[in-house]
Design a protein around this ligand. Structure first.
Ligand SMILES: Nc1nc2c(ncn2[C@@H]2O[C@H](COP(=O)(O)OP(=O)(O)OP(=O)(O)O)[C@@H](O)[C@H]2O)c(=O)[nH]1
Ligand SMILES: [Mg+2]
Length: 267
C-alpha cells in the first residue's frame, strides 16, 4: 500500500504522489545503540506506506558510530553525514537538514534520537500529522497521554521543568519543547531557512532542539502534539547530555522567547 498526497489545486488537481520522508538521526558515540536502532528502523519502515530515507549525522564520534553507519547494507536507505569534529546536537541537526533538503521532492523530515528511546511505532503518525496540515508534529512525553519509562527521577524533573518554563515564556499550551522526536513539514522548513539562513538554530547543543520549535511557533508554525512514550529501557550506556550547560542554554532560549513575545505584544 502506498500513501498518497492529493494535490488540491492547479491544473494537476486530483493527481497523487507518494509521501517522501527523511529521518535525521544525530549520533554521538552511539556504536552500542546503532545495531538495535537499525533493527528497529527495519521493522518500522518495512510495514510503512511512506518512502523513507535515513540520514545518520555522525557528530565527530570517537567510537565506531560512523564506521557502523558506513558499513550498513540492509534494506533501509541509509546515508551518512560526517561532522568531522563534535559540534553539538544543534549543529548536527542543521547538517542533517541541509543534506535532507538536497532532495527536491522531499515532503517531511522526522528527527529522532540514535539511542533507541524514540518509539518508532509513532513514526508514520508523525508523517501523517504533517501531511494532514501540521507544520510540526511534536513528540510529547509530557502530554497527559504520554509517559517516560526507565528515566531517572532527576532527568524527568529537569525535562518537565524545562517544558514548564518554555510554556510560560512562549504562552503556548504545548506540553513538551525539548524532545528531538518530531515531524517537520519540508515546505515550512525551506521557508524558515530562507528567512533565517544559517541562524535558524543558533544554540549549538541540546538547547537548539527547543530553540527550533520556539522559532517555528514565533513564525506562525502550526504545532500538533503526538503523545509518546519515551522509553530508556533499551538504551545501552548513559545519557550523554551535560545537564548544567544545557540548563543554562535552555535559560537563554527561554529568555529570548519571553523577550520576543513581549516585543510582538507591545511593539
Ligand atoms: N550528547 C550529545 N549527543 C549528541 C551530540 N550530537 C548529537 N547527539 C545525539 O543527540 C541525541 C540525544 O542525546 P542523548 O544523550 O540521548 O540526550 P537526551 O536524549 O537528552 O538524554 P536522555 O533522555 O537521557 O537520553 C542522541 O542521538 C545523541 O547521539 C553531542 O554533541 N552530544
Ligand atoms: Mg536520549
Amino acid at each position: 500500500m502506498t500513501t498518497q498526497i492529493t494535490q488540491p489545486s492547479g491544473t494537476d488537481a486530483g493527481a497523487t504522489t507518494t509521501v517522501r520522508a527523511a529521518i535525521i538521526v544525530p549520533a554521538y558515540n552511539e556504536q552500542d545503540n546503532l545495531p538495535n536502532l537499525f533493527g528497529e528502523l527495519e521493522s518500522a519502515l518495512a510495514g510503512s506506506p511512506h518512502t523513507y530515507q535515513v540520514i545518520i549525522v555522525d557528530d565527530g564520534s570517537d567510537d565506531d558510530t560512523a564506521a557502523l553507519a558506513d558499513a550498513y547494507r540492509g534494506p533501509v536507505a541509509l546515508d551518512l553525514v560526517r561532522q568531522g569534529v563534535n559540534k553539538g546536537l544543534g549543529e548536527a541537526l542543521m547538517a542533517g537538514f541541509r543534506r535532507a533538503l538536497d532532495d527536491e521532492d522531499l515532503d517531511v523530515i522526522v528527527t529522532i534520537e540514535a539511542d533507541t528511546t524514540c518509539d518508532l511505532g509513532q513514526l508514520d503518525r508523525m508523517v501523517d500529522e504533517v501531511v494532514a496540515g501540521a507544520h510540526v508534529a511534536q513528540g510529547s512525553m509530557h502530554h497527559p497521554d504520554g509517559e517516560m519509562v526507565d528515566v531517572s527521577g532527576f532527568r524527568q524533573l529537569t525535562s518537565r521543568a524545562a517544558s514548564v518554563v518554555m510554556r510560560l515564556a512562549t504562552g503556548s499550551s504545548v506540553h513538551t519543547f525539548t524532545n528531538l522526536y518530531r515531524g517537520i513539514s519540508v515546505p515550512f522548513l525551506r521557508a524558515e531557512f530562507q528567512r533565517h539562513g544559517d541562524r535558524l538554530i543558533t544554540e549549538p547543543g541540546f538547547a537548539g532542539v527547543t530553540e527550533l520549535l520556539i522559532r517555528f511557533m514565533a513564525d506562525g508554525g502550526k504545532v500538533v502534539e503526538v503523545p509518546i512514550t519515551l522509553n530508556a529501557h533499551k538504551r545501552v550506556g548513559e545519557s550523554k547530555m551535560k545537564v548544567w550547560p544545557t540548563v543554562k542554554a535552555q535559560g537563554r532560549v527561554a529568555s529570548k522567547a519571553m523577550i520576543g513575545r513581549l516585543r510582538r505584544r507591545f511593539l
